[in-house]
Design a protein around this ligand. Structure first.
Ligand code: ADE
Length: 226
């Protein structure tokens, strides 16, 4: 998979993309991530990429020209399956969306800023607008990093143990059951006996019931989905 990110703050991705799973996926050449400075596509001598809204009102608007140039520059080289724009007004990002996006070959993510983008960008270039939650970030970069992290770990070969991505919370509409490691007893806080019993059938049953109880308690909404 190839992901091209168009942003005015490429440095914001240095941390998230150079550690852990996302780093390893790039080292294994399973994913290629390219960061593009939107200002490089500005025609203005000050590398301006935003301007006042015709409607007036507070806040700057991202201009169409640099964004069109950046996207078309990439599209001249290859076909993109989806051109994503990160904004609080988009479709709420969730595991099914991530699963689908993780099967694509080439993606562009445009990171939003200021008050928004010129509407014509949405009409003529963007194929999917994604929000990572019902709150407003200072810009789309953190959202793009969240999306990339979520997708990359789903691509076959990225995680050592492939079943683990599928058994994650949300993949089966249940929150994961509690897990424990050594020591068996820490300050008298004990690991549940059943997990030490060696009885696989009872352990599986216990895990399922725990997952169900946790979901009922913390995320009852998940049990009503689909
Ligand atoms: N940009 C600002 N807020 C956002 C959000 N919640 N999701 C995606 N992009 C954003």
């Amino acid at each position: 998979m190839r992901i091209d990110i168009i942003t005015i703050f490429p440095e914001m991705f240095v941390g998230p993309f150079n550690h852990s799973i996302v780093k390893r996926a790039q080292e294994k050449n399973i994913v290629e991530i390219y960061l593009h400075q939107l200002r490089d596509f500005s025609t203005d001598k000050h590398r301006k990429v935003d301007d006042y809204a015709f409607s007036g009102g507070a806040g700057m608007v991202m201009m169409i020209e640099p964004i069109a140039k950046a996207i078309e520059h990439l599209q001249n080289e290859r076909h993109y399956d989806e051109i994503i724009y990160t904004s609080p007004h988009g479709e709420l990002f969730d595991q099914p969306i991530a699963n689908r996006l993780s099967t694509y070959v080439n993606l562009i993510i445009l990171c939003g800023h200021y008050k928004g983008i010129d509407e014509r960008i949405r009409q003529h270039f963007i194929t999917k607008e994604i929000s990572i939650g019902n709150y407003v970030l200072s810009g789309g970069e953190l959202a793009a990093a969240v999306i990339v992290d979520t997708l990359v770990r789903l691509i076959p070969g990225v995680l050592g143990n492939e079943v683990s991505a599928l058994s994650d919370s949300f993949q089966n509409n249940l929150i994961s059951p509690p897990i424990y490691t050594r020591p068996r007893d820490f300050r008298g806080w004990k690991v549940p006996d059943i997990l030490l019993s060696g009885n696989e059938r009872l352990i599986e049953e216990w895990k399922y019931n725990q997952a169900l109880q946790r979901t009922q308690k913390y995320r009852p909404d998940m049990l009503n989905e689909k």
